[in-house]
Design a protein around this ligand. Structure first.
Ligand code: GDP
Ligand code: MG
Length: 443
């Protein structure tokens, strides 16, 4: 949705940017295009109408019509309104003094079980919560419990389950007892979902809520859903009083507007977004940053946060010192490639950078991702001695061994050796000439 909406809305805004002054008919044309973009992204009609009305009123109220440089003011107005429909402020899930209980709800396949594990991992790693228990309360599909058990092992989080019990209420009761007795700090209850709403399931969820008394009931919505998801959310909300939502599968090319519409229509904030099947493909949702991204203003804060989260600071500093001292070897290169890879693919990252030309050649960026992989494979086939003393790489028998061991070609090997030499030379110059040589590095 972000890419799709972004492209369309930015194009509409260019019209404002290209004008030295805005006429009423320009404003009509811009808002008409924004309206079409939102509708095509499957944003609910009620929201779209209100959005357009607000923009028009504000644009006229700010008297940007007829004034110089209307573009920036228009961007600000649209940005503010976007933030509003995305929920305004970032939703914080509060941790309770003794024990926090979170309950998941949503249709089958929306991503509840996956998100349960992602949430557990988020609180462990980012919020330093110590003891987390996940309760497997989906009794309708045997595989559902196994799925949570596997995820639990993967992230090192305990799972409470009862294989031969088909009473979800009882499982939750027993799981909560365990949580109390063993002093768990956070309990996340994974529940069953259906393909559509059904009375029996709703009653089960209401019962679970009564038993577990969660402070947070999260509705999990698949971004691939159509407009019917809004009625589904409404019903869940009537039964359970939802406190927040997670929107999943934002990595797909779904338009996603319907799932996002739940926020404004039902006043349920989005707490997190799921951006892939892996545990780490999960982000806190910031309405303002999302709006910035849609408007092509980039999301530097998210890049910095991601770096802080995944990069080993001590290692990075060590690499930096060695770089600056001119003693950079292939082992250091391998280490820095590893750190870089943790940030995710360049082709994904680059979209977060503000001011990136829209027509950037993505194949080149993907080439960089592939190069990282290639260099990693090659360096991994070298002995530590070779990594520390790159001169040895000229030796033919060593060269042949590494090429054979890594399964790469002679050309690929030469490419690495040559590029490393160039990099080393530049680093040595830089350490002599100070930071002034930095420009060379960016080549
Ligand atoms: N691509 C992608 N797949 C996801 C995401 N979240 C969940 N899935 C996948 O969606 C499918 C259903 O997820 P699951 O957690 O079992 O849904 P549940 O039935 O609600 O528990 C699984 O194949 C997940 O791997 C996401 O953010 N991105
Ligand atoms: Mg499930």
């Amino acid at each position: 949705m972000i890419d799709f909406l972004g492209k369309r809305i930015q194009k509409a805004m260019e019209k404002a940017n290209n004008k030295t002054s805005l006429k009423e008919e320009d404003l009509l044309e811009i808002t008409r295009e924004i309206k079409l973009a939102l509708l095509e992204a499957d944003v609910n009609l009620v929201i779209v109408k209100e959005f357009i009305k607000e923009i028009k009123e504000k644009a006229i109220g700010a008297e940007i019509i007829g004034k110089l440089n209307p573009g920036q003011q228009m961007v600000k107005i649209v940005n503010d309104e976007l933030i509003k429909i995305l929920g305004g402020k970032t939703k914080e899930i509060k941790l309770e003094q003794t024990r926090t209980v979170i309950m998941m709800a949503g249709l089958q396949g929306s991503g509840k079980t996956t998100s349960t594990a992602k949430l557990a991992s988020y609180f462990l790693k980012r919020k330093k919560v110590k003891k987390v228990l996940m309760i497997a309360a989906d009794v309708y599909r045997p595989a559902a419990m196994d799925q949570l058990i596997v995820l639990g092992k993967q992230i090192n989080v305990d799972v409470y389950f009862e294989k031969n019990n088909n009473n979800a209420q009882l499982i939750v009761e027993n799981g909560m007892k365990k949580a109390k007795e063993e002093f768990y700090d956070l309990v996340i209850i994974d529940t069953a979902g259906r393909l559509s709403i059904d009375e029996k399931l709703m009653q089960e969820l209401v019962d679970i809520k009564k038993i577990a008394k969660p402070s947070e009931i999260i509705f999990v919505a698949d971004s691939l859903s159509g407009q019917d998801i809004i009625n589904v959310a409404k019903t869940f909300n009537q039964y359970l009083n939802l406190t927040s939502s997670i929107i999943t599968k934002l990595d797909s090319d779904a338009r996603g507007g319907a799932a996002f519409s739940i926020t404004k229509l039902l006043n349920i904030p989005i707490a997190f977004i799921g951006t892939g099947e892996k545990i780490n493909n999960f982000d806190l949702f910031h309405p303002d940053r999302m709006a910035n991204r849609i408007l092509g203003m980039g999301d530097v804060l998210s890049i910095i946060e991601k770096a802080e989260e995944v990069i080993d600071k001590d290692k990075a500093e060590k690499i930096g010192r060695r770089l600056m001292s001119g003693n950079f070897d292939l082992d250091d290169l391998l280490n820095s490639l590893n750190q870089m890879k943790k940030m995710g693919k360049f082709s994904k990252l680059i979209k977060l950078i503000p001011g990136m030309p829209k027509n950037i050649d993505l194949s080149k960026v993907e080439g960089a991702d592939q190069k990282i992989k290639l260099y990693e494979i090659l360096i991994s086939s070298m002995t530590m001695q070779e990594r520390k003393n790159p001169k040895l790489l000229k030796n033919t028998s060593r060269k042949n061994r590494i090429i054979k061991g890594s399964g790469r070609t002679v050309q690929e090997y030469n490419q690495l050796v040559n590029e490393f030499e160039t990099l080393s030379k530049r680093m040595k110059e830089m350490s002599k000439n100070g930071m002034g040589g930095m420009g060379g590095l960016f080549k």
